[in-house]
Ligand binder design. Structure first.
Ligand code: ADP
Ligand code: MG
Length: 351
């Protein structure tokens, strides 16, 4: 056996390590938008607007009317692991805010140029400050500002050439961003959203505070879809299986689409659950003769100790306790809903 000289182990430069980690949190322009919008929601905003240039590679700008950021906090705002939301590990169990890692803004400063404009209640003016690699580039400068916070991320992945190339070659991220804002908009009916391309005078998503979920769906996805939706609910309170409550809207037999649209919130978080999506598709293909894929809006609540939000930096896929029985119960509920609406043709809402 040939012995090879072992290579020397060295500590990575901090900026290199930070950039690598940042590339995981911020995978693409739409992940920046998701983090910024979730921050706005956490700040109690009732109005959020998004502007995007070049699919987000040139500019992503999110403005909100939330509580703003204190002047004293601006110096550490974009450092890694600085947050106003979490103090102890145990808090993770009960955390209600979307964010908690204090990594999103920091990550953006390692892979793009971040500028923050913010004003808090009762102040005569706001502050504007830019960040690079976690730190302020200069002292915050006083500026005119309306209520809340505006965050701009420019030249995303300017220092990650492979990522930037891949994104430039792939189709533009803008449709993903529109899709994301659409999803937030139908869940957060008490928040108005807009999403537009830089320089466009027409927004691609534009909602006002809605009276009902169905109204919100109408505003975002249009009347033709909303017309073909049925309200659905299910719950299971048997603690030996799973404990959950679900409510939502699902498309009826009249709806035609090539692709499934599944908008899923679990405990107020926009997430994905592939097994649930598959099970619902099975329910549709088993019940309906037409080969149409469904539209699903679903909100599920489970006890907070049944969901682990900490499986991935992007918090996209959550892992659930008793997932299988939850999926089965929902699949059954959808099957019987589709059957009864198929049989009776006229549809009565379940009490
Ligand atoms: P996290 O959301 O996990 O706390 P972030 O890096 O996303 O971490 O944000 C860091 C902190 O910056 C937040 O905890 C919050 O206090 C503040 N912040 C970020 N965005 C906003 C905003 N739009 N409005 C008010 N505060 C914000
Ligand atoms: Mg955050």
């Amino acid at each position: 056996v040939q012995w090879r000289e072992p290579p020397t182990i060295r500590r990575l430069e901090e900026s290199v390590a930070n950039r690598i980690a940042a590339g995981e949190v911020v995978q693409r322009p739409s992940s920046v938008v998701k983090e910024l919008v979730e921050n706005s929601l956490d700040a109690g905003a009732t109005s959020i607007s998004v502007v995007v240039k070049d699919g987000g590679l040139k500019l992503i700008q999110v403005s909100d009317n939330g509580h703003g950021i204190r002047y004293e906090d601006l110096a550490i705002l974009c450092e890694r692991h600085t947050t106003s939301k979490l103090t102890s590990f145990e808090d993770l169990q009960t955390i209600k805010s979307m964010g908690f890692r204090g990594e999103a803004l920091a990550s953006m400063t390692y892979v793009g140029h971040v500028t923050v404009m913010t004003i808090t209640d009762g102040q005569l003016h706001g502050y504007r400050v830019s960040y690079r690699d976690g730190v302020m580039e200069h002292e915050p400068k006083p500026c005119a500002a309306v209520k809340g916070t505006q965050i701009m991320v420019e030249n995303l992945f300017y220092n990650m050439l492979a990522r930037r190339k891949a994104l430039q070659n792939a189709s533009d991220d803008y449709p993903k961003i529109v899709d994301l804002i659409s999803r937030f908009a139908i869940y957060h009916t008490n928040v108005s959203f807009t999403c537009r391309k830089h320089g466009a005078n027409k927004a691609d998503v534009s909602t006002v505070i809605a009276a009902s979920r169905l109204d919100a769906i109408k505003m975002v996805y249009g009347m033709p879809i909303a017309r073909d939706l049925m309200e659905i609910g299910a719950s299971d309170n048997n603690p030996t299986r799973s404990v959950f409550e679900m409510d939502g809207f699902i498309s009826s037999a009249n709806y035609m689409a090539k692709k499934t649209t599944m908008v899923l919130f679990i405990n107020d978080r926009l997430v994905e659950c592939t097994p649930l999506k598959r099970a619902i598709e099975v329910a549709y293909s088993a019940t309906l003769t037409k080969a149409s894929k469904p539209f699903i809006f679903m909100s599920i609540s489970v006890p907070s100790e049944h969901v682990d939000v900490n499986v991935h930096p992007t918090k996209r896929e959550v892992s659930l306790l008793n997932q299988e029985s939850l999926v089965n119960t929902i699949q059954d509920a959808i099957e019987s809903k589709l059957m009864s609406s198929n049989n009776t043709r006229t549809f009565h809402m379940q009490a």
